[in-house]
Design a protein around this ligand. Structure first.
Ligand code: RB5
Length: 150
């Protein structure tokens, strides 16, 4: 599986941990930066990862900032991206199983490294269940386009 990752300075160390952990397990990991923990803005990194995830069609993204909030807000503005900010394994599993999330957002200042890696494993190790959930996923995009209320 290909995993595309990026962070800002607030998520830099956890991004490196995620990258090294996944490479150690044989994943193809594209690290879109930054290369150093210097102060930077998260929205362009979120956009770059989201574009590559959509281009690939099968890859999943991981975005890390201090809280995960800015990354998730930015990523969810990209049409076709379903970014899930997760603080526990259950949410990570459900984000894939029910919501077919294609990007995981993590907060380095919120999570310890062990919990963060457990969340990552749960996210990458869970498949979308489809079925009744597929229609709901389609409605997210359909309603976002029309601006209609349900
Ligand atoms: C950077 O200080 C911090 O604001 C950023 O990493 C993130 O938490 C924003 O949502």
């Amino acid at each position: 599986m290909r995993v595309i990752i990026a962070s800002d300075h607030g998520g830099f160390e956890l991004k490196r941990l995620v990258r090294d952990h996944l490479r150690g397990k044989g994943f193809q990991v594209d690290d879109l930066g930054p290369e150093e923990a210097v102060s930077c803005d998260y929205p362009p990194f979120a956009r770059d990862v989201c574009e590559k995830v959509l281009e690939d069609g099968e890859a999943l993204g991981v975005l890390v900032c201090g809280t995960g909030l800015g990354m998730s807000m930015s990523a969810n503005r990209v049409h076709g991206i379903r970014a899930a900010l997760c603080h526990n394994e259950f949410s990570a599993r459900m984000a894939r199983a029910h919501n077919n999330a294609n990007v995981l957002c993590l907060g380095e200042r919120v999570l310890g490294p062990g919990i963060a890696l457990d969340i990552l494993e749960a996210f990458l190790g869970t498949e979308f269940e489809g079925g009744r959930h597929a229609k709901r996923i389609d409605l997210i995009d359909a309603l976002a386009e029309t601006g209609e209320t349900a």
